[in-house]
Design a protein around this ligand. Structure first.
Ligand SMILES: Cc1cc2nc3c(=O)[nH]c(=O)nc-3n(C[C@H](O)[C@H](O)[C@H](O)COP(=O)(O)OP(=O)(O)OC[C@H]3O[C@@H](n4cnc5c(N)ncnc54)[C@H](O)[C@@H]3O)c2cc1C
Length: 358
């Protein structure tokens, strides 16, 4: 059993890609299942609220920090459960780096995750918001998620349908009353050295090649496109301190779609999404008058991607939230569309961007 790090006073800014936020009441980094169970039991016995941490790339932490126990689930390792001529079932523990797993899959010519190359973070967080990019979502390759129920202290398995995956969401993200720590994820991947080229940026990349690109080609293209948009975590990148896309793309019903069309000159980007429609948050932000690089204090939109709010060095969490609120209010004024933040917020009560329409 091992609990790697325990600190009474650790800066959460240093553990998150956005680089803002105060201290954790208590911080533990667990590297095996038993330690996780023990730490959770101890925190519950002390009535300490538990915050689960992975790589910290989808978090906005308040300047005041959090008054509770932050448990980083750093359980490493992976096991091949089954291998046939067609495919593979592999169980990957929560603390593995997501992109290392993708690189491993692509190297072995296992298809299904290549378009999600370069997404920061760890495997344990991947099901939480059903990560996705360039035409793929992790929900399409997840067979099972193993969790520790923080209320009962027992391990449970969730089948794909029990996870209730939807666009950037899951049962784990929605059901705050029954929090679960993801311990491992079982993926089902196909043995096929042919990458998915569905998204228009990728289609443009491969238009002239005339043949189906291999997995490695798709991974290389995705990494290049992401790099050009500062959507990889790179130390030297001036847009490098961010939580990725700050808002999700709005899903509209028929009335919302009509309103958007009526209040816009020209053709707004609207795509069918099940029985509803999806529009582009980046487009709305730009049309509302915010250019790439727009800054308020040390918080700024990325100079390469309108959807990412960045910390330009020494931003406070309050500055990040202020910029997000200004953007949210302007988009609301123009279209009555509420931009929903994608990252999780810790230490704010109430949620600064979700309590009411601006
Ligand atoms: C530059 C950049 C680009 C990005 N691009 C994309 C993208 O293309 N697509 C996309 O979907 N996302 C993207 N993201 C967001 C982010 O990478 C993903 O959401 C990722 O899955 C977060 O992983 P993490 O380990 O860093 O999670 P953290 O930030 O540590 O945590 C995120 C949430 O998951 C919970 N959590 C973490 N680990 C566990 C666990 N073991 N059990 C239960 N809950 C847990 C946390 O409590 C929190 O609610 C991007 C982020 C950045 C910074």
């Amino acid at each position: 059993m091992s609990t790697q790090t325990t600190g009474e006073s650790i800066s959460l800014a240093s553990l998150t890609s956005l680089g803002v936020g105060g201290h954790a009441g208590r911080f533990v980094c667990v590297t095996d299942r038993t330690s996780l169970q023990v730490e959770v039991r101890q925190a519950r016995a002390q009535n300490s609220r538990i915050y689960l941490l992975g790589g910290g790339s989808n978090l906005v932490v308040a300047d005041e920090g959090v008054n509770g126990t932050v448990v980083q689930v750093a359980i490493k390792g992976q096991t091949i459960l089954e291998e046939t001529a067609e495919g593979i079932r592999i169980r990957v523990n929560a603390g593995e780096v997501w992109d290392d797993f993708v690189a491993h899959a692509v190297n072995n010519q296992w298809a299904g995750v290549e378009c999600m190359s370069g997404i920061p973070g760890w495997v344990g967080a991947a099901p939480i918001q059903n990560i996705g990019a360039y035409g793929q979502e992790v929900a399409s390759v997840i067979e099972q998620v193993e969790v520790l129920d923080l209320n009962t202290g027992r391990f449970e398995n969730y089948s794909n349908s029990e996870c209730q995956f939807s666009y950037r969401s899951s049962a784990f993200k929605k059901n705050k009353a029954t929090p679960k720590a993801v311990v491992s994820v079982t993926f089902k991947l196909k043995k096929k050295n042919e990458g998915l080229v569905q998204y228009r940026d990728l289609q443009a990349d491969f238009a002239s090649s005339g043949q189906a690109p291999e997995l490695q080609h798709v991974r290389d293209a995705v990494l290049r496109i992401r790099g050009n948009k500062s959507m990889l975590l790179e130390d030297k990148d001036p847009n490098g301190q961010s939580a990725g896309s700050f808002f999700t793309n709005p899903i509209l019903d028929e009335e919302g779609r009509t309103q958007l069309l009526q209040k816009t000159e020209g053709a707004p980007p609207i795509y069918p999404y099940g029985d509803r429609y999806k529009t582009s948050a980046a487009w709305l932000i730009e049309q509302a008058g915010f250019e790439k690089g727009f800054a308020l204090g040390a918080a700024a939109l990325s100079s390469k991607h309108t959807l990412a709010i960045t910390n330009q060095g020494n931003a406070s969490s309050a500055e990040i939230v202020h910029l997000a609120k200004v953007i949210q209010a302007k988009v609301w004024d123009r279209w009555q569309i509420l931009l929903i933040p994608e990252p999780q917020f810790w230490g704010f009560d109430p949620h600064p961007l979700m309590e009411q329409a601006p």
